[in-house]
Design a protein around this ligand. Structure first.
Ligand SMILES: [Zn+2]
Length: 401
């Protein structure tokens, strides 16, 4: 394709909203607008990636540092909108809200003690309660109340006070839920801020699997201003569901190998066998660039060759470049032909920004000797190649393993 047909607009300066270098270069090279909308060049690149994606090992060939599972593939990036738990040792990876991990009980086993109602004024939160009683959060039970959307059942969830509920895990067991309203909480016999799973009416009780392992926890008394000491699962209440419903945090042990899990910001490149081409392009730009622009690898790149002519005084370099453009296309080599009447420096800069692996320059001086100049994007030096053998030379470079 020709530079002018694609209306490519490169930029000298990085956009001031760029959160990563990869995004900055995609805008500067004219693949995306500053508003993250693909240009003609961007759309052309997505089409190219889409064609490639019919190949089973498409992603592996893009030379990206990927993490993932058999369901999903992620690319770690600081600007990523999602959190992923990743084990650097065994490579286990999952969305943070679904990640499995090894829970530490952190408490010594105790015999159950008798229930005791205590006054706990203004202890609406686990922090306030633990401070007031001078106990670790591990010794408290946290209550969360939902309503199941499908049948309106009241869902009462108990996790340990030092843990955070994962709504994604809860939904896996319960189906879609929403936060319970004040009326629904009252109807079930609970008290917001002082709720307990003991003595509820018509509630589906879900407890995290750490709760049955933890004795004598402080829980609400279902009465404002009061808590119960020494609540014990099994003796004081039971549950319909005992399961892992809490979220991992960085440093928790990997469920497979015990190594501490890392939490990484990431973008997803595939979900359920669907590719996210916008994110794949960002991952490519983030991974493959240098100080001058993109250095996209074959086969990800939409054009293997950046062809340009330098206007001459005696020879018509433009028509020679046009001839070469036609010949390369007949040889099924993808070419971007910079057909503008611009200065050499402008064209060289744009070639570096756009990042095709091979640059071919038709200039007067070399052409007088029957040569054109060839430069690999990742190398510093040019080489002169005869006009006759340039197509075979490019073919051998493109098909190199
Ligand atoms: Zn592991």
């Amino acid at each position: 394709m020709k530079y002018r047909d694609l209306n490519i607009q490169t930029q000298r300066e990085a956009p001031n909203n760029a959160r990563t270098e990869g995004f900055s270069f995609l805008v500067r090279a004219g693949y995306l607008t500053r508003e993250n909308v693909p240009t003609q060049l961007g759309e052309h690149t997505f089409d190219h990636l889409c064609d490639l994606s019919s190949n089973a090992s498409f992603l592996e060939k893009l030379d990206l540092p990927l993490i993932g599972s058999d369901k999903e593939t992620f690319f770690p990036i600081a600007s990523g909108s999602m959190d992923v738990a990743h084990c650097p040792n065994c490579k286990y990876t999952d969305r943070l809200e679904l990640a499995k991990f090894t829970k530490t009980i952190g408490l010594t086993h105790e015999s159950p003690l008798p229930l005791e109602k205590i006054s706990t004024p203004d202890c609406h939160t686990i922090e306030a309660l633990a401070n007031f009683l001078d106990i670790p959060k591990e010794k408290t039970a946290k209550a969360l109340m939902y309503t199941r959307v499908a049948d309106g059942r009241f869902v009462f969830v108990v996790v340990r006070g030092d843990m955070q509920l994962s709504e994604a895990k809860l939904k896996h067991y319960m189906g879609e839920v929403r936060l319970a309203t004040a009326e629904e909480i009252e109807r079930a016999g609970a008290a917001a801020g002082y709720a307990a799973p003991i003595g509820l009416k018509d509630a589906l009780i879900v407890v995290d699997d750490l709760i049955p392992e933890s004795q004598n926890l402080v829980a609400g008394a279902n009465e404002s201003g009061y808590h119960l000491k020494n609540t014990n699962y099994g003796r004081d209440y039971s549950a319909e569901t005992v399961a892992d419903v809490v979220q991992a945090t960085g440093g928790d042990g990997c469920k497979n190998c015990g190594h501490p899990l890392s939490v990484l910001s990431a973008i997803e490149l595939t979900t359920r066998k669907e590719f996210c081409f916008e994110n794949i392009l960002l991952a490519l730009a983030e991974t493959h660039h240098d100080a001058k622009g993109l250095t996209l690898p074959h086969p990800a790149v939409p054009f293997d060759v950046y062809l340009m002519n330098l206007p001459g005084k005696e020879l018509d370099t433009r028509s020679k470049a046009e001839d070469l453009y036609g010949t390369l296309q007949s040889a099924r080599i993808s070419v971007l032909f910079d057909d503008r009447d611009e200065r050499a420096g402008v064209k060289f800069n744009d070639a570096d920004l756009i990042g095709c692996p091979i640059r071919v320059t038709v200039g007067e001086k070399a052409l007088k000797e029957g040569m054109v100049e060839l430069k690999m994007r990742k190398e510093k030096e040019n080489q002169l190649v005869s006009f006759e053998s340039i197509v075979e030379k490019i073919k051998s470079l493109v098909n190199k393993p």
